[in-house]
Design a protein around this ligand. Structure first.
Ligand code: ADP
Length: 489
């Protein structure tokens, strides 16, 4: 199949969160399965590994013609190349992706409409693949996988501009929903700049404003949220006003849990004091002692609890602070890593000062420490208010750090509460969002750790042996693309 990812972020070139990770990893996993795959994202700065293809496209938007260029980098996995294209235009070359310290950029509608148009043009114009008569572009029989509101105009442009001109007749569209909390809202008068007939206005209109996510939800062939539970949740309150629009898509809206990268494997992780596996967990204890030494905690055999998160209200770190007085009366150690909200950062400092032998709060972003914490931890806390997919609980399962999570979104889909009677479960997922329910779930985990070490080990091993690889997710996406292309054939 021919697959074109169009996205505001593609890691490692650009990333603010999970969107960038998915659009970096999933295309490569699909290329490794033998598909022809490109990604199209902005050239926010000079990328040393990306070269000018010399291909240019001229795009009419906001009353003017704009010329864009395409830069190219290729990554090969098992000899299967994934092609990464970067759209070159002055409006993308800023310090931030969506905005800076003064807020969102005022011309974001233009910037992301331009990216959406350029994504379509790239598939038709940039010769990257070996054809019978020399290099050829991806082509017009293609699935466009567009992501969040930023590229949700792709299906609109296909319908409004290209198909009426006889082009892209067999192209299909899949909209990836990574976070429906951001929808791309703009003043109605800007509609004129988009260069489509006013008969398309109802597809963009949400309470008298432009809503780009709505357009994508209405016009894409299929919608894929980043977990099955999140796919249901966006049909209600977590659709942030678009619940009804999401639910009107019925069975065309599904969920597929993201994968995790090869760099998160305790058997090969370069950051660890000692690697380990589900069959031999001895290295995990070495990692625990190493982290205790590194952080100046007593090298004792007590449960070590960890949390790694952006300090954003979404992540529920305030919930940890609510149960902290009780936690600090238990014989355990607690390590938090995160940055963001200043009040929470201060609470982390105070937690450490008040409990020097039990708690550490590391403020900042530290990838290597995050790996070492997953390896050292017995329990991993993730009390998110909502979580479209979540990655840390997947890392935790992989690393034998038994997760205690709020049963929402991807957390509900990936962590099964322990049932001792049936030897099942990989962690604890609490349903009601309250400090009591969170504390109770931690209490069950601690009791199991202290009293039933064999059961604990079995819980760890069940989690570690699950497959959360991108290959698994990529096969699920393959089926979706096949269905979309089948409909258009
Ligand atoms: P989100 O995308 O909402 O931030 P996810 O759980 O999907 O949440 O992914 C967050 C990623 O960022 C994980 O890889 C996590 O380990 C990492 N991360 C978050 N905060 C930090 C931090 N302070 N230091 C290191 N890694 C962090």
């Amino acid at each position: 199949m021919n697959i074109a990812f169009v996205a505001a972020e593609v890691a490692p070139w650009s990333k603010t969160g999970g969107l960038g990770d998915v659009c970096g990893a999933l295309p490569r996993a699909l290329a490794a399965l033998g598909h022809r795959v490109i990604t199209v994202s902005p050239r926010y700065r000079d990328y040393p590994d990306a070269w000018d293809t010399g291909v240019r496209a001229r795009i009419h938007l906001f009353g003017q013609l704009h010329e864009v260029g395409f830069f190219h980098a290729a990554a090969a996995i098992d000899g299967n190349p994934c092609h990464h294209l970067f759209v070159d235009h002055p409006s993308f070359r800023r310090s931030g992706i969506y905005g800076d310290s003064s807020g969102a950029y005022g011309d974001n509608l233009f910037r992301f409409a331009l990216l959406s148009r350029a994504g379509i043009e790239a598939a038709a114009l940039v010769p990257l693949f070996a054809g019978t008569n020399g290099p050829e572009p991806l082509g017009e029989e293609v699935v466009f996988h567009v992501n969040d509101w930023h590229t949700a105009l792709v299906p609109l442009y296909l319908e409004a501009l290209y198909r009426p001109a006889g082009r892209f007749q067999r192209a299909g569209t899949v909209l990836g929903i990574h976070n429906a909390g951001h929808q791309g809202n703009f003043a109605a008068h800007k509609f004129a700049g988009l260069d489509v007939s006013t008969r398309w206005w109802p597809h963009l209109d949400m309470d008298g404003q432009l809503n780009l996510l709505k357009t994508g939800v209405v016009l894409s062939d299929k919608l894929v949220a980043v977990s099955p539970t999140y796919a249901r949740e966006v049909c209600g309150e977590l659709g942030f006003g678009l619940g009804g629009v999401f639910s009107s898509r019925g069975r065309d809206l599904i969920g597929i849990v993201n994968g995790i990268g090869d760099d998160w494997d305790p058997g090969t992780d370069v950051h660890l004091a000692q690697t380990y596996s589900a069959d031999d967990l001895s290295g995990k204890l070495v990692c625990k002692r190493a982290l205790q030494r590194e952080l100046g905690l007593p090298e004792r055999d007590v449960p070590l609890l960890a949390l790694i998160a952006r300090l954003d209200p979404q992540k529920g770190v305030d919930m940890v602070m609510q149960v902290l007085p009780w936690l600090m009366q238990q014989d355990l150690q607690l390590v938090l890593l995160g940055s963001g909200n200043k009040a929470l950062e201060q609470q982390m400092r105070e937690m450490e000062w008040a409990n020097p032998s039990r708690a550490r709060g590391w403020i900042g972003f530290n990838e290597a420490l995050a790996h070492r914490m997953e390896a050292a931890a017995d329990l991993f806390l993730m009390p998110s208010r909502f979580e479209p997919c979540g990655l840390n609980q997947l890392y935790s399962l992989r690393y034998g750090a038994v997760p205690v999570v709020h049963a929402t979104g991807g957390l509900a889909d990936t962590v099964e509460t322990v049932d001792p009677a049936r030897d099942r479960g990989t962690g604890w997922a609490f349903r009601q969002y309250s400090a009591e329910a969170f504390g109770e779930a931690i209490g069950w985990a601690l009791l199991t750790w202290w009293r039933f070490p064999d059961a604990w080990k079995a819980i760890q091993q069940r989690g570690m042996r699950q497959d959360w690889s991108w290959t698994r997710s990529a096969s699920a996406y393959e089926r979706v693309y096949g269905e979309v292309l089948g409909r258009r054939a």
